[in-house]
Design a protein around this ligand. Structure first.
Ligand SMILES: Cc1cc2nc3c(=O)[nH]c(=O)nc-3n(C[C@H](O)[C@H](O)[C@H](O)COP(=O)(O)O)c2cc1C
Length: 242
């Protein structure tokens, strides 16, 4: 191990102290979230009607308790940019949910768009700390039909539409000022247009899960994990050890 001078030792001690604080952070799942054990006993019967109603129900419950961005999910894709496969993740919003899958919208030329063009599979994780819950959704990803994108696009605020036109998502730009200038140009360009059209490289993706895992935190760390695998339209349900 490399010798440390005094100032490096001091820095390292401070880092260890910060680490100790992190190590002490602990949430007691179950009681704190629901007030009674009743709703925490996720079991195999909860997915008897399929994965989609339970995912929808949990988003609704997260909304009801005032969770911020209850439809946010961390989306992982695989990048081949460095020569070997590497995972990449970022947050997106789930803007559609059906028994077919979960839909999100983005720029098809973004980093994630390029990754999905090469490897059309993704994993997404919803996390609701307020409820001690998470859900993983994994499977192949396809673009949604243009008509589906158009319907969602029309529901977006004008500012968001202009932002989508202005941003070449994931590409570098010199400065904030340059970004603001592009936005001003875009705003001027569409000044006389009531219904801004969908940008040609913007749209939705549908992640069709072949595996969904529901996780409900439990006291004592013996959490409930129920995994649903979908094989040729049939559900295979397993309980996983925490
Ligand atoms: C709460 C939250 C929601 C977001 N929702 C979206 C979204 O729905 N679509 C999107 O393209 N980016 C969304 N973003 C931004 C992405 O996390 C990301 O920065 C962007 O899509 C570029 O990702 P990429 O370079 O990996 O393609 C969101 C970020 C946050 C924090």
């Amino acid at each position: 191990m490399r010798d440390l001078d005094n100032s490096s030792r001091g820095r390292q001690a401070a880092e260890y102290a910060a680490t100790a604080d992190l190590a002490a952070m602990r949430v007691d799942y179950g009681v704190a979230h629901f007030g009674s054990g009743e709703d925490t006993d996720l079991d195999e019967t909860w997915v008897a009607g399929g994965w989609e109603p339970l995912l929808r129900h949990w988003i609704e419950q997260a909304t009801a308790v005032g969770a911020a961005e209850p439809n946010a999910m961390v989306l992982a894709t695989v990048s081949l940019a460095s020569g070997s496969p590497r995972p990449v993740s970022r947050t997106v919003l789930c803007k559609g949910l059906s028994p077919e899958g979960v839909t999100f919208y983005t720029n098809y030329d973004s980093a994630k768009g390029g990754q999905l063009a090469e490897i059309p599979f993704a994993a997404a994780t919803f996390l609701w700390p307020a409820l001690g819950r998470q859900i993983h959704v994994r499977g192949p990803v396809d673009k949604v039909p243009d008509e589906v994108t158009t319907v969602y696009w029309r529901s977006r605020p004008r500012d968001s539409q202009l932002g989508a036109w202005a941003s070449h998502q994931s590409r570098p730009i010199g400065s904030r000022a340059e970004m603001d200038r592009v936005l001003a140009e875009t705003t001027a360009r569409f000044a006389d247009v009531d219904d801004i059209p969908v940008p040609p490289r913007w749209g939705g993706y549908l992640l069709r899960p072949d595996e969904v895992e529901f996780w409900q935190g439990r006291r004592g760390r013996l959490h409930n994990r129920i995994r649903v695998r979908i094989d040729a339209g049939r559900q295979i349900v397993d309980r996983l050890q925490p």
